[in-house]
Ligand binder design. Structure first.
Ligand SMILES: Nc1ncnc2c1ncn2[C@H]1C[C@H](O)[C@@H](COP(=O)(O)OP(=O)(O)O)O1
Ligand SMILES: [Mg+2]
Length: 178
């Protein structure tokens, strides 16, 4: 099964919460027809299914913490395999959140061709998430959780960018659409 995605073109999309990863991915999908897989969306779909696992995930996400690595990696892998026959390449949005996630992905699936770093100021990200929280219904779009997500981003995810920068595959894009 996993053979189907062995030689897939993979692009990691990394940026802070509210940086605009999803928006940048939509543009790339429109232009290049890649398959967009958002780790957060996959996790929220599991929550919405009402499963026992979904309940555990919801509790973690509500606190602004990272869900277990194996859970999110398995979900991404399954979603990739499901699209293997029609996919020209994959945009993996919201993964890796920490260097270890990148290492495990490469062991189990393959190496990324590129890491797209969606850059935005902390102030902009917080403003956007607070605004989104008015209508998103997301349990993690509130002031307290946003602060935790941002702290975790700087602590755990920024090192991911440095890690792939050493390999020369990082491309920085602005998360500001205007
Ligand atoms: N790769 C990953 N590893 C662990 N937890 C993850 C994850 N991707 C998402 N999550 C969990 C923790 C996040 O705070 C939450 C929401 O993720 P998200 O939708 O990608 O948020 P955002 O796009 O606002 O950064 O889901
Ligand atoms: Mg997102």
């Amino acid at each position: 099964m996993a053979d189907k995605i062995k030689d897939a073109k993979i692009v990691f999309v990394v940026g802070g919460p509210g940086s605009g990863k999803g928006t940048q991915c939509e543009k790339i999908v429109a232009k290049y027809g890649y398959t967009h897989l958002s780790s957060g969306d996959l996790l929220r779909a599991e929550v919405a299914s009402g499963s026992e696992r979904g309940k555990q995930l919801q509790a973690i996400m509500q606190k602004g913490e990272l869900v277990p690595l194996d859970t999110v990696l398995d979900m991404i892998k399954d979603a990739m395999i499901a699209k293997a026959d029609v996919s020209k390449g994959y945009l993996i949005d919201g993964y890796p959140r920490e260097v270890k996630q990148g290492e495990e992905f490469e062991k189990k699936i393959g190496a990324p061709a590129l890491l797209l770093y969606v850059d935005a100021k902390a102030e902009t990200m917080v403003q956007r998430l607070m605004k989104r929280g008015e209508t998103s219904g997301r349990a993690d779009d509130n002031e307290e959780t946003i602060k935790k997500r941002l702290d975790l981003y700087y602590k755990a995810t920024e090192p991911v960018i440095a890690y792939y920068e050493k390999r020369g595959i990082v491309r920085k894009v602005s998360g500001n659409t205007d």
